[in-house]
Write a protein that binds this ligand. Structure first.
Ligand SMILES: [Zn+2]
Length: 241
């Protein structure tokens, strides 16, 4: 009787550890996914910065092209101005020259502003590159740590599962099936220690007679409240675990 209870307690402890190991193992891929998402976001930020820069550079080249056309036009008008015959023609040519000068001045302003924008965007690009590089380094380090942790957990899980098989082999089938039925509907916890006449899972009192029988390992008892299999535990042992 005592051995059976002791083995069930062992089994419960192994099941608890195995459950915790499995739940941690299940978290690891999610953590890796979160890290990968961070990197994808940083890559997206860098791409946005590069696209913005390319756009402004394209506008700059277009403005420079338009400027050189306008400058050529101005040169031609100035030559033509020398060969005009009438006063009206002269005035008309002067107006065209003024208009072209205005156009040139606007383009020069636009190009200067574009240069500032390029500087700003290049600084942004370099910040984004740095962020990405740092992010990748950080993530690589964390992923390595997670890999190490995963290997450790898997090794421990294998050891615990081996231990569990041994314990399963020495518990009678009927007792095991009761343990499983109780565990299934109670979050995997079938066993409850009784300390000082109290179920330590639901904290409801155990009758003195029942507690006495538990202490003597006379009989199996389930907690009248939570239905778990009770086992006797000295107060000091309970405090130590
Ligand atoms: Zn209980």
């Amino acid at each position: 009787m005592k051995t059976e209870i002791t083995n069930l307690v062992k089994l419960q402890k192994l099941d608890d550890v195995i459950r915790a190991l499995e739940s941690r193992l299940a978290e690891i891929p999610k953590e890796v996914e979160t890290l990968e998402r961070e990197i994808a976001t940083e890559k997206g930020n860098l791409k946005a910065a590069l696209d913005g820069l390319a756009e402004v550079q394209k506008d700059q080249r277009a403005a420079e092209g338009t400027l050189s056309v306008a400058e050529e036009k101005l040169g031609k008008y100035q030559v033509q101005l020398m060969s005009v015959k009438s006063n009206d023609e002269y005035k008309a040519m002067q107006r065209q020259i003024e208009a072209t000068k205005g156009e040139i001045s606007d383009l020069e302003t636009k190009i200067l502003q574009g240069l500032d924008a390029v500087d700003e965007l290049e600084a942004k690009q370099s910040t984004r590159e740095q962020e990405l590089e740092e992010g990748q380094k950080k993530v690589a380090g964390m992923e390595k740590e997670l890999d190490v942790e995963k290997a450790k957990l898997e090794a421990e899980l294998a050891t615990r599962n081996d231990g569990r098989k041994v314990v399963l082999g020495i518990i009678p089938e009927a007792t095991l099936s009761e343990y499983r039925n109780i565990a299934k509907t109670r979050g995997g916890v079938a066993m409850a220690a009784a300390v000082e006449e109290r179920c330590q899972v639901c904290m409801v009192r155990v009758r003195p007679q029942v507690f006495h029988e538990l202490r003597m390992y006379k009989k199996f008892h389930q907690c009248g409240n939570c239905g778990r299999i009770l086992y006797f535990l000295e107060e000091e042992q309970a405090a130590a675990t």
